[in-house]
Design a protein around this ligand. Sequence first.
Ligand SMILES: *Cc1c(COP(=O)(O)O)cnc(C)c1O
Length: 457
Amino acid sequence: MNTIIEPFKIKSVEPIYFNTKEERKKILAEAHYNPFLIHSVDVIIDLLTDSGTSAMSSNQWAGIMQGDESYAGSPSFFRFEETIQTITGMPLVIPTHQGRAAEKILFSIMGGKGKYFVSNTLFDTTRANIEFSGAEGVDLLCEEGKHPTIPAPFKGNLDVEQLKKFIAENGAENIPLCVLTVTNNSGGGQPVSMENIKAVKKVCADNNIPMFIDACRFAENAYFIKLREKGYADVSVRDIAKEMFSYADGCTMSAKKDAFANIGGFLAMHSKDLALKCRNLLVITEGFPTYGGLAGRDLEAIAIGLKEVMEESYLHYRIRSIEYLTNKLIAAGVPVMQPAGGHAVYLDAKGFLPHIPVNQYPGQALVGALYIEGGIRGVEIGSLMFGKYDEEHQLVPAQLELVRLAIPRRVYTQSHIDYVAEVIIEVFQHRDEIVGMEITEESEILRHFTAKLKPIK
Ligand SMILES: *Cc1c(COP(=O)(O)O)cnc(C)c1O
């Protein structure tokens, strides 16, 4: 059968409020052409992020009621701990309120001036926490990963030869940790192969460098291994995940992704010495070690979500529905990142709007057009997000101009996705009418969240 049916029934619904194109033009202008400034009730299909936006299951909601809010030693913590120990094989589990809180603790301990953290690609909060400690983050993404429209099965892999070279040139003693991000969020949600995880681990072990996994999308990555890597077709996602984690010394995770939770995160590891240091920091920043920054009910929801995310009927639906949207767009000639990643579709704004130069932010122009046409909210990942200025205040553009449409987990149905495809194709057919943007107000750091823009007439 070709039809993807959602592997769930809907028990509770949230209304979508419809507005007209004329109303959306006004709303967008009032939001200064920045999707972060649009109120979510004015959005029809919200693809701003897949983080914290999952629909929880009836089991998770039941878990919420069972949450035990004891300050110390809550049974909710022990269920959370045991679930993570079983999935990762790591004995020491530390709850935090988000992924970045886990990162903050880890890099406060391991970071510092003169140190390098190597990775396939560090996510932006991970890099920010590394840099805040005074250390440097180094991305060593494989060559395939750098070409958005050329398909390859594992475009999230770390370049092992570059890793060896970097260690030889900079000294293993200056590299406290290697971080493998699975799937590679900033690189388009592309997976990392088991072969690559093993090879990276070997180089790290030979040089006495510990390896951690940034595990936000570990189940999506495991499913890609099952689909694409030789020898794994008949292995369960659970066993693939276990093998992935078996090569790691520890992991950080945001439960807002592959745990279907609306908040939460954790650190897990083997080293008692490191865990002791982490818990010492945890107590002053997050909370007592059996709740971290979370309520007992959140611990329950995360424990249940972590099991549900490895159900293969869910992962089949998840990965197929992103591929389905990507393929519809490819068939209509829309330039998109290939192959489809695990959590989002990325439009190539440079290819979509070749008449708009990069210093007029084609990605942001496209985000605005999608909102006006169909009330779809995406986000620019290009020069508004990552561009810098040189001494003459000229834009130094980002490498790519992309628009990310992140798909929340278990939230939208196939007809929502069909609608999204229709809107994008409609905008594509009238792309010549879209004009560039200029910035009228911006802040110095993370400007994309608050920048004000206007169309160039
Ligand atoms: C979201 C994310 C984080 C940070 O997690 P938060 O819960 O948002 O703090 C870290 N790494 C990756 C790969 C992510 O996608």
